[in-house]
Ligand binder design. Structure first.
Ligand code: SF4
Length: 138
């Protein structure tokens, strides 16, 4: 699956859940997206839910802001010094890193929990996932 396919697909899944949660206030919406609740109530939201696997081992993993507003992907890779940049982190998080596959450069977020913490989510909250992710697709 390409970045763009994942992005478009995920935005639809997020919007469908938000439609169901229209009566809840912002705080309760974020609570609904706690990993354990999502595994039970929204099994199709993430492929990892089928095996009850967290993408990051952390206390109270919250899935509301998956992907991440700081992630940037290029529909057509940007060439630089003979390398193809497919994705980067716009804030150069010290917990993220670049991964290299031949000439391809991809952002590796496996050790970064920035978008999964409740405080972060509530301070960057929007009910529209595409608004939160407005700068991600390039
Ligand atoms: S490294 Fe962290 S902050 Fe950067 S894009 Fe990945 S998850 Fe977001």
């Amino acid at each position: 699956m390409t970045y763009n396919e994942w992005f478009e697909n995920h935005s639809k899944k997020h919007a469908a859940i938000m439609k169901k949660l229209e009566g809840l206030d912002d705080y309760d919406v974020v609570q609904y997206f706690i990993f354990e609740n999502m595994v039970e109530k929204e099994p199709d939201f993430c492929a990892l839910y089928a095996t009850n696997t967290k993408c990051h081992e952390m206390y109270e993993l919250n899935c509301y802001m998956c992907g991440c507003p700081h992630f940037r992907f290029n529909k057509s890779p940007v060439m630089e010094d003979d390398l193809e940049f497919h994705s980067i982190c716009s804030i150069s998080s010290k917990h993220g890193k670049r991964s290299y596959r031949d000439k391809e450069v991809h952002q590796d977020c496996t050790k970064c929990t920035v978008p999964h913490g409740e405080d972060y989510i509530l301070s960057h909250f929007d009910r529209d996932w595409l608004t939160m992710m407005a700068k991600v697709k390039n």
